[in-house]
Design a protein around this ligand. Structure first.
Ligand code: PMP
Length: 465
């Protein structure tokens, strides 16, 4: 700011005051109602915050004035955003909180409906921010702390305890925190479980379960138990499933994130261990864990940041891994060493613990379910009209991911996304494989957030008949 002071010395006092006012509003320090997202304060992948630090006062002044004049401050279409030509261009780039002051101001203005990594509860982000430099008086950040320290031991064990409490996990199940994401579990599940008979059954209701089947076929005889679906949007009737009693396990994905297909029942497998990918709906409702042999979920949708995958596995299924199983994916090794065989994703585990605290403080998974039903109903009521449409059978529509089309018209969908973004409704673009719109309404999205989306959907329909 040194060079900047000199550049403003020559301005008359009234002009300097005016510039200060513009700057203040652009920097979002004036009030809650101030548009919080000026072009100048987006950090593009190529422009680090240090380059913002280096900005002179006059740079900021001219950009601020230009943004204010053109009325583009809120949409982030000013110079910094325009210069960003990387593939990440279409995504909302979060402003640096250094320049914007309090995090809550940002979070109340923008609602991120992305499918994952997804919105986290504001309170969780604030706690992380507060504790970042010193975790519980240890004088060390969670990001610096040894995974063998007593402090981290407390973090991982309390996170496991909270998971047990929230889902009522019986004592004969282990809770593991692994790396490799959902995709890692596509391999880990067969590597650890298929050895019993060499066979496994798969129910494929969308992209993710189909990928899991393909991966499993590397390690044994993995079969789809029903006719391959021409298009995803339904759960084949269980009476049509051809389950093999000799299968080592039956696999399904409880909520297909891309297509928005969610099981409304737990498959009956007649004693064969049931394995479930709950990456995009775990902790959104109560589950009877005893019906499952194994449940896994990547954290980055409903329970934390990317980098950790929770695995809940019945003890009798552990210890039968194929000899080729990589050590880091071997449930027996990880269960024996409390997920600490190698360095775990410490920060992500800590963050998951904070999200569990938040769920506990907000009424547990029962309340998450009540909210999920209310939120999904708000959108499906609109989607069921003649203007918006859903490709998913009413019997298996997801409470977490709601894909829909706008008159099946791509140009109109582009307009919808652009106008939504201008209003602060972000991350609504459908998956690249299916197009259209997708609203992901995980736990951290409140019913009020969804009401705002609903209001926008109504007005968009009215203005674009
Ligand atoms: N399963 C489901 C249901 C998912 O939604 C995803 C990712 N979106 C995956 C598996 C794959 O997870 P990852 O990207 O963590 O490997």
């Amino acid at each position: 700011m040194n060079s900047s002071s000199s550049s403003t010395m020559s301005l008359p006092v009234f002009a300097e005051n005016l510039v200060d006012k513009v700057l203040e509003s652009v920097l979002c320090k004036s009030s809650r109602a101030t548009p919080p997202c000026p072009a100048t304060h987006y950090s593009s992948p190529s422009s680090s915050s240090s380059s913002l630090h280096a900005s002179t006062r006059s740079d900021l002044q001219s950009t601020a004035v230009a943004a204010t004049r053109s009325g583009t401050a809120r949409e982030g279409t000013g110079s910094a955003a325009q210069q960003n030509t990387s593939p990440a261009k279409d995504y909302f780039l979060f402003p640096t909180s250094k320049f914007l002051g309090n995090l809550p101001d940002i979070m109340t203005e923008f609602i991120y409906f992305g499918p994952g990594p997804a919105k986290l509860p504001k309170e969780v982000l604030e706690t992380m921010q507060k504790e970042l430099l010193d975790l519980n008086g240890s004088h060390v950040s969670i990001m610096e702390m040894s995974h063998r320290s007593p402090e981290f031991n407390t973090v991982i064990n309390s996170t496991i305890d909270k998971a047990r409490k929230l889902l009522n996990i019986p004592d004969n199940y282990k809770v593991l925190f692994l790396q490799g994401g959902g995709t890692g579990q596509f391999a880990a599940v067969p590597l650890n479980l298929i050895g019993r008979t060499g066979k496994a059954d798969y129910i494929c209701t969308g992209s993710w379960s189909s990928k899991a089947l393909k991966e499993a076929q590397k390690y044994g005889e993995a079969n789809m138990v029903h006719k391959k679906l021409d298009k995803y949007g339904s759960v084949p009737d269980p009476s049509s499933w051809c389950l093999n009693p000799e299968a080592s396990y039956v696999y399904y994905c409880d909520n297909e994130t891309v297509e928005g297909v969610e099981f409304q029942f737990v498959p009956e497998t007649n004693g064969v261990p049931l394995v479930c990918d709950m990456s995009s709906n775990i902790f959104s409702r109560p589950i009877d864990i005893s019906k499952f042999g194994l449940i896994y979920a990547g954290a980055q949708k409903n329970i934390g940041p990317a980098g950790v995958t929770i695995v809940i596995v019945r003890e009798d299924l552990i210890g039968k891994a194929l000899p080729i199983t990589p050590t880091v994916l071997d449930y027996a090794v990880m269960a024996k060493e409390n997920s600490l065989h190698n360095t775990p994703p410490c920060f992500a585990i800590y963050a998951v613990g904070l999200v569990f605290d938040w769920i506990l403080q907000n009424g547990g998974v029962e309340e998450m379910q009540r909210r999920a039903i209310a939120k999904a109903t708000t959108i499906y009521d609109l989607v069921d009209g003649d203007y918006y449409s859903s490709a998913v059978d009413a019997t298996c529509r997801s409470h977490m991911n709601v894909p829909f089309r706008v008159k099946k018209d791509e140009a109109l969908e582009e307009k919808f996304l652009k106008e939504a973004k201008a209003l602060g409704l972000l991350g609504l673009k459908g998956h690249r494989s299916v197009g259209g719109i997708r609203a992901s309404i995980y736990n951290a999205i409140t019913p009020e957030h969804v009401e705002k989306l609903g209001e926008f959907m109504k007005s968009f329909k009215q203005n674009n008949p």
